[in-house]
Design a binder for this molecule. Structure first.
Ligand code: GDP
Ligand code: MG
Length: 192
């Protein structure tokens, strides 16, 4: 006899990247559908994690993604609570993660250069089959070449070299936020 209901899958996802790139704002936009604009003057206060239930295409026994059948998965999105300022993330943060959103600020070149540090930290502590995604945030500000400090192609190549997908997003305008989380969740579901 088949069960009529099964418990929803639960995936832990974390945000990493420099302070002020918009990690907390991205989670807030995705889960609370809000944005607190203080013109980049201070980091947003954080909590441990937020949860969202996501409908994603079901994977059949043959490994194909269904076009009509959806399954609900629970995404636990963890925030760093500011310890990234000191370049030290507690090891517990990386425990049992399925996915990671590696974030930088498109208007801040240093935050892009520092991705190497965060990737190394991740490789040291995270499970091997973690799904990684690169997010270039604050796309709303990139209206001129003077403001944008990281060209799309440069970041896309970096992502490719490190086995990640790349999205340019804006927590402020909601550009690509849902798309990025959906893609990451589908990738996790495929690899878990
Ligand atoms: P965190 O330190 O990485 O968690 O960064 P926060 O989420 O606290 O954001 C840092 C600052 O950048 C805050 O002032 C936010 O209002 C601002 N910010 C975050 N995301 C965006 C965005 O997409 N566009 C713009 N213009 N500002 C943003
Ligand atoms: Mg934060």
């Amino acid at each position: 006899m088949s069960r009529s209901t099964t418990a929803a899958k639960q995936f832990k996802v974390i945000m990493i990247g420099d302070s002020m790139v918009g990690k907390t704002s991205i989670i807030q936009r995705f889960i609370d559908e809000t944005f607190v604009d203080n013109n980049g003057t201070s980091p947003t206060l954080a909590w441990d994690f937020k949860v969202k239930t996501m409908p994603i295409p079901e994977i059949s026994s043959t490994g194909e993604e269904s076009k009509s059948q959806l399954e609900q998965v629970r995404l636990y999105v963890w925030d760093t609570a500011g310890q990234e300022r000191f370049r030290h993330i507690a090891r517990m943060y990386y425990k049992d993660i399925c996915g990671v959103l590696l974030c930088f600020d498109l208007t801040d070149e240093d935050s892009f250069k520092n991705l190497n540090f965060w990737l190394t930290d991740l490789q040291k502590h995270a499970p091997e089959k973690v799904c990684k995604m690169l997010l270039g945030n604050k796309a709303d500000l990139c209206t001129t070449d003077q403001v944008r400090k990281v060209p799309y192609d440069v970041a896309a190549q970096y992502a490719l070299d490190n086995g990640m997908q790349y999205f340019e997003v804006s927590a402020k305008t909601n550009e690509n936020i849902n798309e990025a989380f959906l893609q990451l969740t589908i990738d996790i579901n495929r690899t878990q």
